[in-house]
Design a protein. Structure first.
Length: 117
């Protein structure tokens, strides 16, 4: 078995603001993946909804955001807040803080790999 590769101290080495969200794949195995997402003032385009084929669990590690889940009130997210989005749960990012980076950590896994918490 190959030894794991250490990546100490790089999680918050954030990219310079670029006008677009930054997505970095941190790990991937058997259809599951972990991504770091960095937002600064971005939101989903008007009328655009994510409708993913996979489950997503996401936590805000830094900053703040507002998430809209179809049929529910807006969800304010601050540091430490998380949400579990099952596959095909239509959602969109309504707001991210324009004054500082919002850092998300997102876990994605395929349907059929459901586990009870």
């Amino acid at each position: 078995m190959k030894a794991p590769e250490a990546r100490h101290g790089r999680f918050f080495d954030l990219p310079a603001p670029a006008g677009e969200e930054q997505f970095v794949a941190l790990a991937a195995r058997s259809g599951a993946r972990v991504e770091r997402i960095v937002s600064r003032g971005q939101a989903s385009p008007p009328g655009y909804w994510y409708d993913q084929e996979e489950h997503e669990w996401v936590i805000v590690l830094r900053g703040r955001a507002r998430l809209e889940i179809e049929g529910r009130p807006l969800l304010e997210l601050e540091e430490g807040d998380w949400v579990d989005l099952p596959a095909h749960c239509r959602h969109r990012v309504d707001f991210t803080d324009p004054e500082r980076e919002t850092v998300w950590l997102a876990f994605f896994w395929p349907v059929g790999e459901d586990r009870e918490a």
